[in-house]
Write a protein that binds this ligand. Structure first.
Ligand code: NOJ
Ligand code: CA
Length: 590
């Protein structure tokens, strides 16, 4: 889509991203390619449905756009900025939770699944957002949080008021404690955010009572999915949002709903990602076989609606074969590929994860997905600026080893062009199109992720990737809202990343993404197939349709694939036309 050049964008010298690429030409050849009409509805064939090739953009509502100046992003703010997403060229948005919530975990603690928190607006605002997105050809996916409710949910309030063994308590996982007076937790499980996964409640008589399970924060009691009332409730919640027109659900902690019946002790340290060999015992809280029946029920509900509604699993499950079980034909449509997100920046590691991912999803006839950043991990522009093969930090703060920002951005751009050339569907996280780094020097007093407190101030957590994003370099809160207010502090470097400093600037990260998305559609890259050309220690190269893609992970520049025309590159080539280190190129070879 061509947008008229905006006034006020002529001062290129101050722009940090100005490195025009002399050899990239995006002109007549592109027009000759197949139709690339934006945002058409996919055919209803599940093999070619819209989600199989979609680029889905994650909006973190708190941090996208603030309409009323209270420092917290909101639904009207999102609606007002939808044109940005059309201009960028994505197919759909996924909205992190906006439901009524005490915000103990930034909204992943839901007190009412059928309403909107006044912080973010109203149900009418949600309806307007959905309608305005659809009017622009954008699909809308909302977040569903079925593993736990908020402790402020009316069910949990009722459970606390009721006696042990009551139907109210049976909606959650209440147990007596161990030891003579029940003062020890029922088992040794740890919360993902640190500390024990059990909290003891005070009985109606004022004395210490039972314990309840919370795999996450104390404000997020786990539901008991063996209880039919819980199952019925969520089928109804699905229908509530499907009736409002949403195109699908991203399912939070999809691998956690069913726990091993005996709640057996688990000696291993708790991690959200539980890497497992296929035949090894499952951790008793993750990836239990019983979850799949739930998703089959949900799939039947979605299939009863017109318009290709989808389910997306957030399941930190390895290996890829095990994850693929979530996207069997009668279950979910997609699952996030976190193994890809976590893969080291080396040619062998990237080759291995790409081939494994494609094979595993091919085996169940599901599209492969790709993702590099989200609201739970260090942004990839910073992650890739850390030493390769080092520990993956859970947040970065003052006093921690700092990423190399320039290297990180260079690799992030190369990684993005590699990802967007892969067959399947890709997820983008708000702000990555601006090349935003993690806020790695946020004052600890500003942190809000429960991880920081619950880990005894050893894990800084996820605030650094959740900072409100910059739209205009010279506006208050960088254009996030009409005032200076921002629920997390924005770093000064946000000014140079602001959208208005990058739009129409050749070589900017924003234009890199925009061009990549346009070409991805024009060349039908999402459809594949992928054919490997080079899989060595330093270079990865493959053919996808008419394009040859090459990423140079080595120390020395390598020749551009011969006999083609360079159509996109993550950074300028060498003066002699070679592909430098940490650069991806797209070359038209057919
Ligand atoms: C995964 C979500 O992405 C994360 O932000 C949240 O803290 C946990 N699930 C618990 O809901
Ligand atoms: Ca607001």
């Amino acid at each position: 889509m061509n947008r008229p050049r905006r006034p006020g964008h002529t001062d290129g010298d101050r722009r940090p991203f100005r490195h025009p690429h002399p050899t990239v030409r995006l002109d007549t050849w592109e027009k000759a390619l197949n139709s690339n009409a934006n945002h058409q509805d996919g055919p209803s064939d599940p093999a070619t449905g819209w989600w199989t090739r979609a680029v889905i953009y994650q909006i973190y509502p708190r941090s996208f756009a603030d309409s009323n100046g209270d420092g917290i992003g909101d639904l009207p703010g999102i609606t007002a900025r939808l044109d940005h997403l059309v201009e960028l060229g994505v197919d759909a948005v996924w909205l992190s939770p906006f439901y009524p919530s005490p915000q103990a975990d930034a909204g992943y603690d839901v007190a009412d699944y059928r309403d909107v928190d006044p912080l973010f607006g109203s149900l009418a605002d949600a309806d307007r957002l959905i309608a305005e997105a659809h009017a622009r050809g954008l699909r809308v996916i909302v977040d569903l949080v079925p593993n736990h409710t908020s402790s402020a949910h009316e069910w949990f309030t009722a459970a606390l008021a009721a006696a042990p063994g009551s139907p109210e308590r049976d909606r959650y996982v209440f147990r007596d404690g161990r030891g003579p007076d029940g003062a020890q937790p029922p088992n040794d499980w740890q919360s993902v955010f640190g500390g024990p996964a059990w909290t003891r409640v005070t009985g109606p008589d004022g004395r210490p009572g039972q314990w309840y399970l919370h795999l996450f924060d104390t404000g997020q009691p786990d539901l008991n999915w063996d209880n039919p009332e819980v199952r019925a409730e969520f089928l109804d919640v699905l229908r509530f949002w499907l009736d409002r027109g949403v195109d699908g659900f991203r399912v939070d902690v999809a691998h956690g709903l069913i726990k091993q019946a005996d709640l057996a002790d688990w000696q291993e340290p708790q991690e959200i990602l539980s890497g497992q060999e296929v035949d090894k015992p499952r951790p008793p809280m993750w990836d239990q076989d019983g979850v799949h029946e739930i998703y089959r029920d949900w799939r039947r509900v979605l299939d009863g609606y017109p318009g290709e509604r989808i389910l997306v699993a957030e399941a930190w499950v390895e290996p890829a074969e095990r994850l693929a079980r979530y996207v069997r034909p009668d279950e979910m449509h997609q699952a996030f590929n976190f193994e890809y997100l976590l893969a080291a920046w080396t040619a062998p590691a990237q080759y291995a994860v790409i081939t494994r991912s494609l094979e595993a999803t091919d085996a169940v006839d599901a599209p492969t997905t790709w993702v590099l950043s989200n609201h739970d991990v260090v942004r990839h522009a910073s992650r890739l600026g850390l030493p390769v093969g080092g520990r993956r930090p859970n947040g970065i703060g003052i006093g921690d080893p700092q990423p190399d920002a320039a290297l990180g951005l260079r690799r992030a751009r190369a990684a993005t062009l590699l990802m967007l050339a892969l067959p399947g569907s890709a997820y983008l996280y708000q702000g990555e199109e601006l090349g935003l780094p993690e806020h790695t020097t946020m004052p600890d007093e500003a942190r809000q992720d429960p991880t920081w407190a619950r880990s005894g101030h050893t894990e800084r957590g996820r605030d650094g990737c959740r900072v409100p994003i910059p739209w205009e370099a010279d506006a208050p809160s960088y254009g996030f809202g009409p005032t200076d207010a921002s629920w997390l502090p924005q770093p000064p470097v946000w000014a140079e990343h602001a959208l208005d400093r990058q739009r129409d600037v050749p070589g900017s990260t924003y234009e890199l993404y925009r061009t990549a998305l346009r070409l991805r559609r024009a060349y039908r890259l999402a459809e594949g197939p992928l054919e490997w050309l080079a899989t060595g220690d330093e270079v990865l190269s493959f053919r996808n349709g008419a394009l040859t893609v090459l990423t140079n992970f080595g120390d020395a520049a390598v020749p551009l694939p011969a006999g083609g025309e360079l159509v996109h590159a993550s950074a300028p080539l060498d003066e002699d036309g070679a592909v430098p280190t940490d650069v991806t190129v797209w070359v038209r070879t057919a």
